[in-house]
Ligand binder design. Sequence first.
Ligand SMILES: Nc1ncnc2c1ncn2[C@@H]1O[C@H](COP(=O)(O)OP(=O)(O)OP(=O)(O)O)[C@@H](O)[C@H]1O
Ligand SMILES: [Mg+2]
Length: 254
Amino acid sequence: MHKIAIMTSKGGTGKTTTAINLGHCLALSGKRVLLIDCDSQANIAMAFDVSPKQGLAELITTGQVEITKVRPNLFLIDSGGKRLVESELVLAKQEDRETRLKRVLSRVVGSDYIICDCPPTINLININALNFCDHVIVPISMDFFACEGAKKTMELIEEIKDKIGHEISILGLLATFFDRRTKISQRTYDQLLNQYGDLVFATKIRINTQLKEAQAKFRTIFEFAPYSHGALDYFLLTKEIANGSHRLPVEVTE
Ligand SMILES: Nc1ncnc2c1ncn2[C@@H]1O[C@H](COP(=O)(O)OP(=O)(O)OP(=O)(O)O)[C@@H](O)[C@H]1O
Ligand SMILES: [Mg+2]
């Protein structure tokens, strides 16, 4: 089971869009995928037009879990919306505040991939997600602030590794909102390659308004516009991850 957090401290870099479309593409390829929404914005449930009664909020406080099937092979644990903020306050007073998620999710088995969509902050829920996951995808929207956000996220991951000794690795830095018409996109991508080498995914997610439109229609890009650039880019990213060419060892399903 691969546990992947999609995280960076900069907002609006395509984290949720990546969680939804990478998750669905893996599911379409026959893998069992569980999406966990760690963000109180609860965008994933919105994107699939579902409203589960219980979410991560309840999972953290009571240990009860509600898993919603959103597509064949694709499942969701909702965040619980603003209840997650309240749970975080409760969690802050507990001794196991940084590792609770790992403990309560140890019962949730049977997925090939668990993908945690994280909020753009460095909060207790994100620390929990890092303690639970083995890998992190850091989406970078091809601008200076996004690069700085990525740097902070990578420092946080190093801190977690040092502090708790938990093995977590960067699966890849993902170029998002890539715009071929501007020099800044290519320049930023080249800088990332210079700095981080093969940690950077070869696949670039280009700007594609159909990715946005798909969400408004409660569809993934593979349902809404399967021949769009957005679908192609997320397909290539999925291939890069699933065939192990980008650092993730191919595993037999548990
Ligand atoms: N490649 C893309 N091309 C065009 N629009 C995109 C692309 N990726 C995402 N979007 C749109 O940009 C907006 C922000 O994307 P998204 O919600 O995935 O970012 P996020 O990093 O999850 O944001 P937050 O930090 O608020 O959680 C959404 O409206 C989404 O539909
Ligand atoms: Mg998001």
